[in-house]
Design a protein around this ligand. Structure first.
Ligand code: MF3
Ligand code: CO
Ligand code: CO
Length: 278
């Protein structure tokens, strides 16, 4: 099942969901410092969603087939954790890099899904370069989005940027259609060949969320059945936006005041932020 939204009501619903997901990251960003635990970040984000936004954290008790229920409101993925890190007692220390992945469900029933990398104190030049290349890869993928683009065009632009920098693309997890459900078709692979795969049409909403490893692409899933790490213990980075295919191009739905601006390699006219963001 794909969501292809044509009603203005649905588009406004998706814009609200995207803005709210992004605003959770704006809220928590200044609190990510050495000494705070991932569990505390989870509690703060959950309280903000519940008490301020009146949104529901989609990850909490989320249980795809073959998985135990996810036990927290957000994912916190530190250093060599690729994705789906479970918040807990882990205390962040100077030099760590952490991805916070937020998915909210609004009262109207729409999902917004976004993640960013955060530096804990001062990070290494190596870690900063991985974060930057991953950020650029996501944006190069976003810049491909318009009616007529093939999914392989998105995957190719992400993969070639990451691999040209000497990094590898995780294959086991991908972007996804999103709307009034969390995960649905199409799968948005972060690798591929130009001119292949499904063709984008106006009204599609999906995520682009590349996971890029500094070393090899292989993964290792921890005994908790959720946490995914790099097999070679190299650093991994991820950025995620939810986007809408518009008549002429792309609208980034997960946009708020604190959203980091697109990098220089993406021209300013190739995207338009969520117009609902204040
Ligand atoms: N937010 C993740 C994504 O981008 C999914 C997390 S599922 C969870 O698709 F259960 F781990 F939270
Ligand atoms: Co997602
Ligand atoms: Co996500």
């Amino acid at each position: 099942m794909h969501s292809i939204f044509t009603d203005e009501k649905d588009l406004q619903g998706m814009r609200e969901a995207g803005r709210l997901a992004s605003e959770v990251l704006d809220y928590i960003a200044p609190l990510i410092k050495p000494g705070i635990s991932t569990g505390e970040l989870n509690r703060l984000c959950h309280a903000y969603m519940r008490d301020v936004q009146k949104t529901i954290p989609a990850p909490l008790n989320y249980q795809p087939p073959g998985y135990p229920p996810f036990p927290a409101a957000i994912c916190t993925s530190v250093n060599d954790v690729i994705c789906h890190g479970i918040p807990g007692d882990k205390v962040l220390k100077n030099g760590d890099v952490v991805n916070l992945d937020i998915t909210v469900i609004t009262q109207a029933g729409y999902y917004g899904d976004t993640s960013r990398m955060f530096n804990v104190g001062e990070i290494s030049i190596m870690a900063a370069r991985l974060n930057q290349i991953t950020f650029e890869s996501m944006w190069l993928g976003i810049a491909q989005v318009k009616p007529g683009t093939r999914l392989g065009d998105i995957g190719y632009s992400i993969q070639s940027h990451a691999e040209n920098a000497g990094y590898s693309v995780v294959r086991e997890y991908c972007g996804h259609g999103i709307g009034k459900v969390f995960h649905q078709d199409p799968q948005i692979l972060h690798y591929g060949k130009p001119g292949t795969g499904e063709t984008l049409v106006e009204g599609m909403t999906f995520t682009i969320e590349p996971m890029i490893n500094a070393g090899r692409r292989e993964i290792r899933t921890m005994p908790d059945q959720w946490t995914v790490k790099t097999k070679d213990r190299s650093l991994s980075a991820q950025w995620e936006h939810t986007v809408l295919v518009t008549h002429t191009g792309v609208e980034v739905l997960t946009w708020s005041n604190g959203t980091p601006k697109a990098p220089d390699c993406v021209g300013p006219l190739q995207y338009r932020p969520n117009p609902v963001a204040a």
